[in-house]
Write a protein of this length. Structure first.
Length: 40
């Protein structure tokens, strides 16, 4: 049972990390766009 449970957890954890990093990139992208807008 543990052997089949671990890969599922790893996949969920990977998706979770991916989602978080994408969210962070979005925030970073928005802030830089705003920064460039003020720069001009």
């Amino acid at each position: 049972m543990q052997v089949t449970l671990i890969p599922k957890l790893r996949v969920q954890f990977a998706e979770f990390l991916q989602h978080r990093s994408l969210k962070r990139l979005g925030i970073l992208y928005q802030s830089t766009c705003v920064g460039f807008g003020y720069g001009q």
